[in-house]
Design a protein. Structure first.
Length: 292
């Protein structure tokens, strides 16, 4: 065996040695130290880190947050990829069925084919699509064609033909909600918003015509039947001709023998003794009773 001179090594002393045998922190290759991560220098005697600090004279290192390794040069991944993937220098490479920055989101089959939303590994398909990956086109009421287009049955609309149309499209005066018109504002009413609506419902003193004008009851007048007046009969006679109008109160003061708002009702004696019905001053008795 050869006893090599200083600076050489090997069975035949043909290899040049490395200074201080690289201090145990590297490999000696043809007289040159190839240092392991975290060490520098001709003899690998200098401790270093990329992101962090060296402590205790080089015996320990303290890496910055998010970094690890002997030289603090390996970037950590968020939440360690939730153990659903491999960390590649700070980037998660997720296993199948997982996705997201930290592999925390469960993936859906075929990414829902672009026709739905993936939630917790399950596809929630958009209207007109079905199957576990939202790959199948379908409609409720209509016909599908080979080119992907469709035609809804009469009275139906929408991408899946599940929205009922409204009569006359609400006459452009309302919003159609699955076959029901929601008329805009207080001006229009009716199944298809075809009728004008009277303001304040004619103050409940008349009826609203199809043209949207108030037709007042006897005893009321004004655009909205808001003004009280003494009533007139069909012959335009005040208080039915059986009373006078008190213009301070606009109420009829009936003559003796007449009653009612319009003085158009003749009372019956003793109110028919509560055993009949009084019609224009005549008692119509209940069964089993008689008399005037």
């Amino acid at each position: 065996m050869c006893n090599c001179d200083p600076g050489f090594t090997g069975a035949s002393c043909k290899y040049k040695g490395c200074p201080k045998a690289c201090n145990g922190n590297g490999l000696c290759v043809k007289g040159v130290c190839e240092c392991v991560e975290g060490y520098l220098g001709e003899s690998c005697d200098e401790r270093w880190v990329l992101r962090g600090r060296v402590t205790k004279g080089g015996e320990e290192v303290a890496c910055d947050d998010g970094w690890t390794g002997p030289a603090c040069n390996i970037q950590l991944c968020p939440a360690n990829c939730h153990e659903n993937g491999i960390c590649n220098n700070g980037t998660c490479v997720c296993d199948r069925k997982w996705s997201g920055e930290s592999c925390a989101t469960q993936s859906c089959k075929n990414s829902c084919t672009g026709n739905g939303i993936c939630l917790d590994g399950q596809c929630h398909c958009h209207k007109g699509y079905t199957q576990d990956d939202c790959s199948k086109r379908f409609i409720y009421r209509g016909k599908l064609f080979s080119n992907g287009s469709h035609r809804c049955d009469d009275g139906w609309n929408g991408i899946s033909c599940d929205e009922r149309l409204c009569t006359d499209n609400c006459n452009s005066r309302g919003l159609c909600n699955n076959g029901t018109c929601n008329c805009i504002g207080n001006e229009w009413t009716g199944e298809s918003c075809q009728f004008r609506q009277c303001k304040d419902e004619c103050n409940y003193n008349g009826r609203c015509t199809l043209e949207g004008t108030c037709e007042c009851k006897s005893g009321y007048t004004g655009e909205l039947c808001e003004t009280k007046v003494c009533p007139r009969d069909q012959q335009d006679t005040l208080c039915s001709g059986h009373g006078v109008c008190d213009f301070t109160t606009n109420e009829c003061v009936c003559q003796k023998g007449w009653i009612g708002f319009e003085c158009d009702k003749a009372p019956c004696a003793n109110n028919c003794n509560d055993k009949g019905q009084c019609i224009q001053g005549t008692c119509y008795c209940q069964e089993g009773w008689t008399g005037p």
